[in-house]
Structures are given as C-alpha cells and as structure tokens.
Design a protein around this ligand. Structure first.
Ligand code: PFF
Length: 469
C-alpha cells in the first residue's frame, strides 16, 4: 500500500504536511528523523534493567533453562503481537496514549490512557532508584573498585539518603534528555548510547566464555528440564518478563510509534525490535551465568532477590583483581545506558500526554512530570519493600491488564486494524497478519487473564512485606 501522506520524516516541510494530515492533530507534531533512530529508541526502551538485571535473576529464581524456553515462546508468540498492536494504535492516531486510545475506541478508552500515564510514573519512580544503584556501581567500579564485602556494601547504599541522591541524579539526566525532544533528545541519545551497549554486552559474553569453569553456568542457563515447562507460576513469570522487557502494556511503544512516519513497515519494525531485545537479554545471560558459576557464587543467585546481582556480580568482579575492575565497570556502564534509555521512554509517555492533551510545551512538561516522579521515587528509595511492592503491582497487574485491553481493542473493536499494519508491507505476509489478529483476539487474552490470576499471590506477598503483616 502506498504512503498516503507522502511524509518524509525529519524534513521541516514534512512536519507541516504532518500537521495538515487528517489523522494528525491540528498543531505540528514531532517526528523521528530516521527509521534507524526510531528503531534504536524503541530498542533503547525495551533493553534495560529488565534484560541485564531482571532477566538473569528471574531466570535463576525459576530454575534456569526451562524459564528461558518459556520466555522465548512468550516474546515471539504474544510479545510481538501486542507490540504490533501498540504500534498500530500509536501510529494510526499520532497522539499520546490518551488521544490514541480515544481515537481507536472512543471516549470509554480514555481512562486506560490515563492508567498508562500513571503506570509510567510508578514504574519510573522505582526504576530510577535501581538505575541510581547502577550509576553508583559504575562509578565505584571505575574509580575505587568494589569493597570485599559486597553484601554489606549493597545494604549500605540500597536505601535511604545514598539511594535518594543517585535516584535524583538519574531523574535529572532523564529529564534533561526528554526536554531535548523526540529527535534532538531521545533519538540522539539512543543513537550514541545503544551501539556502545551492544558492543559491551557482546564483548563481555566473549570474555566470559574464556573463564575456567564457565561450563556449569552455561549448563544451568541452557539445558532445560522438561517437567519445569508446565509450572503455572513459571509460565506467568515468563509472560510477565516478556511484557516488561518489551515495554508493553503502558503505552511506551504506542507513544514512540506516534512519532513514526507512515512510510515505515510496522510488522518489520516490531520483529526487529523484539529480536534485538531478546538478543540482548540472552547475551546478558551469557555474561552473568558463566561469571557467577566460574566463581562458585551460584548459591548467592539461587536465593535470588532484587539485590542478588548487585551482590554476587561485584563479588565476582572483586575476586578477579584488575581484570574484574575493567569488566565490572563495563558491565555497569552498559546497564546504566540500558536504564537511562528505558527511563526516557517512561517519562515520554507522561510528557506526550501532557503535550497532546493538556497543551503543555515540552520543557515544562518534562520538568514538571519528572519532578513529581522524582518525589514519588523517594518512597522506594527510602524503603526496599516499597520498591518491591511497586515492582510487583506494576509488573504483575498494570502491565498485563494494559496489554489485555490493548489486545481486545485492536483484535475486536478497532475498525479495519489491518489497514494501518499493511502499509508498505508485502502481500505475502497477509496470512501472518490474520494470524496476528487471532492471537490478539483469543490467545493473548486467555494468557493474560491467566497471568493476572496467577500473579495475584506475588502481589499479595509484596504487600505483606511492605506492611509487615
Ligand atoms: N523494557 C524496560 C526494561 O526491560 O528494562 C523496562 C520498561 C521500560 C518497561 C519502559 C516499560 C516501559 F514503558
């Protein structure tokens, strides 16, 4: 199908054309400068703490390779379809999540848009606390090296004033980038940072293969035991991880797609982004597991908690001497890049809604929303149980719920959903797109209801830990 708008993303005249287009809002809206810029920004959103910190620790919590198999299944069978659903709604309307949902389903869908905005705020509030730990670790690895007792060290910095300071710093960097705008802030930052992340992660995986005793790590990570494939909790956790890792269910990908030219081929972009996101998570596992097993630290990850990797990995780096210093610094720098490029997408969900719905201009929107989120984040920075609770509520309830509604909206209610996704695609993939619709209509809703149901005890546990009851 040809591009009806004739928009050339990034040229000044394109913005005017964009503004005149019937789908577009009445004022000129920002657009990505290049296709690669969009892909790197979306990959930047997807790749983050979820890939390099949460994925290895959840994998060990759920017993290793069986979890990895389920995670792959969830990413490709359900993740890509929901990602494509977000792209469809976002680019179709060229509005923030609130306006895009209104355009897709009418006024009753507006509250879901605001739920997305709230989810973005809550996730960013705790995400930036963890990103703050990462920032500190990167600096320590670079300048002083980790202390011997990494457990005691982690407890001393994980909450309270030290955590708040680094959380506020992360928020300040995030706000500064988002203030720069879609092209000059987010796209540019992703362009510079993401290639560094890829190089570092691949380099570290190659280095990890040279470690004596890494074999056991690979075995744990890559040899699935079949009986574990059928545990309800493991399936739900794998689905939750896939959704979190792809930034789904809260409008981040929807918002990024709203700045995308009508020329781009949405199914292709969704596939590229999901493969890259999976690739980085998988490669991070090829770093973490050999390192931990080579140093005999598997016990520490086995009893996995939020902090496990912040204790066992630096412990491993310390015992490697000078090499560990370099490798440790590289690992945490890559993690920092992942965290910042995800944080900007979380803030952009809120900022885009303020700009489109409330007619704010970008700078005050970024500073205002960022400051409120920074203040909310003082709570998880003060109390790790609050952090665990926010993580559990958003990952186990808000994201699956958001994804469920998106699947139903695009699968059942949106008029002519194939129109937007077939722009510039080849006729040959049409049967695949029909399959896509049926996944959204049937498979995704059943799975997501199951995920929601299965994860309720996880949220209850986190609530108990928070209230001490
Ligand atoms: N996908 C990010 C990660 O894996 O770290 C986390 C995330 C970012 C979730 C943005 C949701 C979101 F909107």
């Amino acid at each position: 199908m040809s591009d009806q708008t004739g928009i050339q993303a990034g040229q000044p005249s394109a913005r005017q054309t964009n503004a005149m287009h019937e789908d577009a809002p009445e004022f000129a809206r920002e657009v990505w400068n290049t296709r690669l810029g969009f892909v790197l920004a979306a990959v930047g959103s997807a790749v983050g703490l979820g890939n390099m910190w949460r994925f290895p620790y959840i994998t060990s919590e759920y017993g290793g390779a069986a979890f990895v198999v389920l995670y792959i299944l969830m990413t490709f069978v359900i993740g890509i379809p929901v990602l494509l659903a977000e792209f469809t709604i976002g680019r179709r309307a060229r509005q923030s999540s609130v306006g895009a949902l209104r355009a897709a389903g009418g006024r009753p869908w507006v509250p879901l848009g605001y739920l997305f905005v709230l989810t973005g705020m809550l996730i960013l509030a705790f995400y930036s606390v963890i990103a703050g730990w990462v920032t500190r670790y990167a600096l320590v690895a670079l300048f002083t090296g980790f202390p011997e007792d990494t457990g005691a060290y982690f407890s001393s910095i994980a909450s309270g004033i030290p955590a708040m300071g680094f959380h506020l710093f992360t928020m300040a960097v995030t706000i500064a980038i988002v203030m720069g705008g879609v092209e000059k802030g987010i796209e540019r930052a992703s362009f510079v940072m993401m290639p560094i992340l890829f190089l570092v992660v691949v380099g570290l995986a190659v280095w990890a293969a040279t470690l004596q005793g890494s074999g056991e790590g690979y075995a744990f990570y890559l040899t699935p035991r079949l009986e574990e494939l059928f545990s309800a909790r493991t399936i739900a956790a794998a689905a939750g991880q896939a959704f979190f890792s792809l930034s789904l269910g809260m409008g981040a990908m929807l918002t990024f797609a709203s700045y995308l030219s009508k020329k781009e081929n949405l199914p292709r972009e969704a596939t590229v982004i999901a493969f890259t996101d999976f690739g980085v998570a998988f490669t991070a596992g090829l770093v973490v597991f050999p390192v931990i097993f080579a140093l005999g630290l598997q016990g520490a990850v086995g009893e996995s908690t939020v902090g496990a990797l912040f204790i066992s990995l630096p412990g491993a780096f310390v015992s490697m001497g000078p090499v560990g210093r370099v490798v440790g610094a590289l690992f945490f720098i890559a993690l920092f890049i992942g965290a910042i490029t995800s944080a900007i997408s979380l803030l952009e969900v809120v900022v885009a809604a303020l700009i489109d719905e409330w007619k704010f201009s970008r700078k005050p929107a970024a500073v205002g929303a960022g400051t409120i989120i920074a203040l909310i984040g003082l709570w998880p920075a003060a109390d790790t149980n609050a952090l665990g609770f926010l993580d559990a509520v958003t990952n186990n309830i808000f994201l699956p719920l958001g994804s469920l509604f998106l699947a139903v909206l695009v699968g059942w209610l949106l008029k002519n959903p194939l129109e937007e996704v077939t722009r510039n695609t080849s006729e040959r993939i049409r049967p695949l797109l029909i399959g896509w619709l049926w996944i959204l209509r049937v498979v995704a809703p059943i799975l997501l209801v199951f995920v929601l149901y299965t994860s309720l005890p996880i949220v209850a546990d986190a609530f108990r830990a928070l209230t001490g009851r």
